[in-house]
Design a binder for this molecule. Structure first.
Ligand SMILES: NC(=O)c1ccc[n+]([C@@H]2O[C@H](COP(=O)([O-])OP(=O)(O)OC[C@H]3O[C@@H](n4cnc5c(N)ncnc54)[C@H](O)[C@@H]3O)[C@@H](O)[C@H]2O)c1
Length: 348
């Protein structure tokens, strides 16, 4: 079976490619290393791409820009795909603010290009679209919170299970990144609901894993661990470092893709993240890194929060778990941190 993965050099795409190669798929990976253009040398993903290319005859790399429909079309004309996993994107708020046109062209138009190619040439394929919880903009910040010693948390018992898919998506600050991803998310839903394609939309929060090329502007835990191991100072931005994220390993994200592919529901949207058990504030993450890695973490604090930054975001997993009862989190927070520390200390 042929599978097409965009962003195959990135965190999720490279993990998905390695997973499906092991499963015996022929994997076509599209990635033009644009992450290097966005973030400089630290964001370079060519080592991930080379790892996939080397010794994997079933991996075919396509150095192509998803913005370019005229280049994509021959790929779809030449090969048939039973699955498409769309992970290529511009992933940072700050970068989107600096490059709003490029951001929209990659995130929104690039997604439309991929969906349209699928509609024309692979209408039976399962199409996974990687979306983001930033489609909710700052509306999760309207939920009443309580401040604990090291973290923020939801005040009302009904909110404790986290943010559901019915959270409002408009009339709040998204950042230009959130807006371009929201456009892509809605278009992807439409290709499922209107055209009937087997499109699944996954709204993720903080995904991480050993292949993450964390940079200051994207990939909080990866960048925090990198800074700690390299003895660099990590900048905590706003909310006293008590802002909460829930962390999910890229492996568990791919298991959700698998579950959806076995039982696709066209146009359905799922929140995906580590959930309450894998939730952590920046202060707590720093403490865990100190304990697990036995290293000091140097920090400095800036009180001005990022525009639209979530104060407490814990993913509600009820819909995903209800539709796909076999899916669960297999990577706990401490194991994720341990693996990332080991990878960073080994110099990978
Ligand atoms: N990592 C996270 O925490 C997170 C959280 C929420 C949502 N997401 C979403 O998940 C998806 C995958 O994220 P990731 O962390 O793997 O991102 P990543 O930045 O690690 O990987 C994206 C890849 O896409 C490639 N790319 C970018 N523009 C391209 C273009 N125009 N043509 C071809 N390739 C291009 C980049 O070179 C990079 O390798 C993205 O849609 C992202 O928005 C990620």
């Amino acid at each position: 079976m042929n599978i097409l993965i965009t962003g195959s050099g990135g965190l999720v795409g490279s993990e998905a490619a390695a997973y499906y190669l092991k499963k015996g798929f022929k994997v076509f990976g599209i990635d033009n290393n644009m992450r290097r253009f966005f973030f400089g040398a630290d964001g370079d993903v060519s080592d991930n791409i080379n790892r996939l290319k080397n010794g994997n005859p079933a991996y075919c790399h396509i150095d192509m820009d998803i913005r370019d429909r005229s280049m994509l079309e021959p790929v779809f004309q030449k090969h048939s795909f039973s699955r498409i996993i769309h992970c290529a994107s511009q992933p940072s708020h700050e970068k989107a603010g600096l490059l709003p046109i490029v951001d929209f062209e990659v995130n929104a138009v690039g997604t439309l290009n991929m969906l349209e190619m699928a509609r024309q040439y692979a209408p039976e394929a399962v199409f996974i679209h990687m979306s983001t919880n930033k489609v909710y903009g700052a509306s999760p910040n309207e939920i009443p919170l309580r401040e604990l010693e090291y973290r923020m948390d939801y005040l009302r018992p009904d909110d404790l299970d986290g943010i559901t898919e019915s959270c409002r998506i408009d009339q709040s600050v998204h950042s230009l990144f959130g807006a371009s991803k929201l456009a892509a998310d809605i278009v992807a839903q439409e290709y499922g609901r209107y055209y009937g394609l087997k499109v699944g939309i996954f709204r993720a929060g903080c995904i991480t894993g050993p292949n993450h090329r964390g940079v200051k502007l994207h990939g909080f835990l990866s960048y925090l661990i990198k800074s700690a191991v390299r003895g660099q100072t990590y900048q905590i931005i706003g909310y006293g470092g008590k802002q909460v994220r829930d962390i999910i390993h890229s492996y568990d994200v791919i298991q959700a893709f698998e579950a959806f592919s076995r039982d696709p529901r066209p146009g359905e949207v799922y929140n995906i993240g580590g959930g309450r058990e894998n939730s952590v504030s920046i202060l707590e993450a720093i403490e865990l890194i100190r304990q697990i890695g036995r290293i000091d973490v140097k920090t400095e604090y800036f009180s001005q929060p990022r525009i639209g930054d979530h104060i407490c975001y814990i993913t509600g997993l009820k819909k995903l778990k209800t539709d796909f009862p076999g899916w669960k989190i297999t990577w706990g927070l401490e194991d994720i941190i341990r693996q990332m520390l080991e990878t960073e200390m080994a110099g990978n």
